[in-house]
Design a protein around this ligand. Sequence first.
Ligand code: AOF
Ligand code: ZN
Length: 375
Amino acid sequence: HGRNAAPPPDARTMHLHMGAALALARRGLGRVWPNPTVGCVVVKDGHVVGRGFTQPGGRPHAEPLALAMAGEAAHGADVYVSLEPCSHYGKTPPCADALVKAGVARVIAAAVDPDPRVSGRGLARLREAGIEVVEGVRRDEAEALNAGFFSRVRTGRPLVTLKCATTLDGRIALASGESKWITGPEARRRGHLLRCAHDAILIGSGTALADDPTLTCRLPGLEDCSPVRVVLDGSLRLPVTSALVRSAKAVPLWIVTSPGHDPDRLEAFTGHGAEVLEAACDESGALVPEAVLNVLGARGITRVLVEGGGRVAAAMLRDGCVDGLAWFRAGKVIGGDGRAAVADLALDRLTAAPEFAPVSFTRVGDDVLEVLEKR
Ligand code: AOF
Ligand code: ZN
């Protein structure tokens, strides 16, 4: 069919509509794994006539939702997508085909989908059908938004963010162990919001034993967004009476441990709804961070929030597994006898120190949230 496309929109118009597509996509963060989160905006004669974003669990995809909202108006429209439309027959038919069928005039895509089933084929299919394709509008932001998905597809491992809440001098508790509270209520709520935007939260069994946390998202309206809870527990120390195990039927709990435990011991956990996963250990019997991340990636996890404690943080940092930091800092000083956020790294030279570049500083109540990314 003839697609008498209007002249292409100017750069500013494309920038604005793609911004809306990215904002829609952002809503899916933490809820769509193993899939990327995608936003789609359909624009006809300068008016937005359809919007959609990837739904929880990863389906439906963004495009069919936006096209359905647009209805007949999709014919001859400009469609903004934060990621290349898919071209494969998965659990749903290809979004590229849906766009062709709807008779859209132009597709503006921010980034190419690295999934080997797609990787350029979606855009090629559109072009073959005579649809004008504009690539790369706000690409950096689109790739940053789906950095977890890109990482899983390219390396098999999820994106790892280490979250800490410390004093100015990097301490998380007094020598006595007293730690409630270092940061204030606003920062703690922001921490819960961070949980929602991740597929999984990971802690060590030491922290699980010391704090008996639940690790759910407890913000009003977001109670259903709790990520998978992952506990690194090489020697299966986690009590079956812990809050984590007791809530395993309501919110997924994955216990990662060393291979070869007695099946009866595993059944104590699986009987409560937890899953036990095996990962490789080093000579000292400690779980190897990369092996753990490979196990999570193989299960489809794209974004992990590491929440403690100091030994897990140190192991992840030492092995170069931390992609970014979300560091909440209270304006308090408790001194060197306080407990460190990161256990010993035993660095032999300063140039070996893991290094991060600042991304943002935000005041959150009386505290500061500092976001950094791997250099
Ligand atoms: C799109 N729009 O909103 C998303 C896409 O298992 P399936 O069939 O759901 O396919 C998953 C793949 O689809 C995923 O790996 C990625 O390549 C793409 N995700 N594509 O057109 C969307 N979420
Ligand atoms: Zn699709």
